[in-house]
Design a binder for this molecule. Structure first.
Ligand SMILES: [Zn+2]
Ligand SMILES: [Zn+2]
Ligand SMILES: [Zn+2]
Length: 172
């Protein structure tokens, strides 16, 4: 997904992602507690941005006990503050950050049909937005750049038709 990287950038998944997230949090002087690990694991189990409520449910199910929504919220906030998770504002939901060891103003592409979000990083674009804001005397903290629309899968009618034929023809 890299477009304008001038450094060694890698998006991670699976165990490598969890290890990178732990490194990032510990590197920031925070502890990777069992509960935090559970919240991160729940976050990565979703294939689309998850609301804090969904994450709370997933952690509760995984732990076999009801965990407090408040503590999940606090952990999600901590994750966002430390580049371990991202908040997709227009969806009011969270995603694990695929590059916890690398700071970017991620640009989210949110599909209105399936709800999935992919992301691209374009530091030149986000730097320009920061510059434009700064030029007015504004102090930008973080540009929020999200594009709503339809993902490649949902936008391609042929692919969608193939899928429906496939599922109709598959007997289980
Ligand atoms: Zn990077
Ligand atoms: Zn990114
Ligand atoms: Zn889609």
């Amino acid at each position: 997904m890299a477009t304008a990287h001038d450094h060694d950038h890698s998006d991670r998944s699976g165990a490598a992602l969890t290890a990178a997230a732990e490194r990032a949090l510990v590197g920031a002087g925070e502890q990777w507690t069992t509960m935090r690990a559970a919240v991160f694991s729940a976050l990565t189990s979703f294939d689309k941005p998850a609301s804090a409520y969904d994450v709370t449910d997933a952690v509760s199910t995984a732990q076999g006990r009801r965990v407090a929504a408040n503590s999940v919220y606090r952990i999600l906030d901590l994750f966002v503050a430390n580049n371990v998770a991202m908040r997709v504002e227009s969806a009011n939901a969270y995603l694990a950050n695929a590059h916890p060891d690398c700071l970017h103003d991620c640009i989210f592409l949110v599909c209105d049909t399936c709800g999935r979000a992919t992301h691209v990083d374009d530091d030149q674009l986000s730097a320009r937005i920061r510059e434009t804001a700064r030029a007015t005397g504004f102090r930008p903290e973080k540009p929020v750049i999200e594009v709503r629309g339809r993902c490649g899968d949902c936008a391609a009618p042929a692919a969608a038709a193939m899928r429906s034929i496939d599922s109709a023809g598959t007997k289980r």
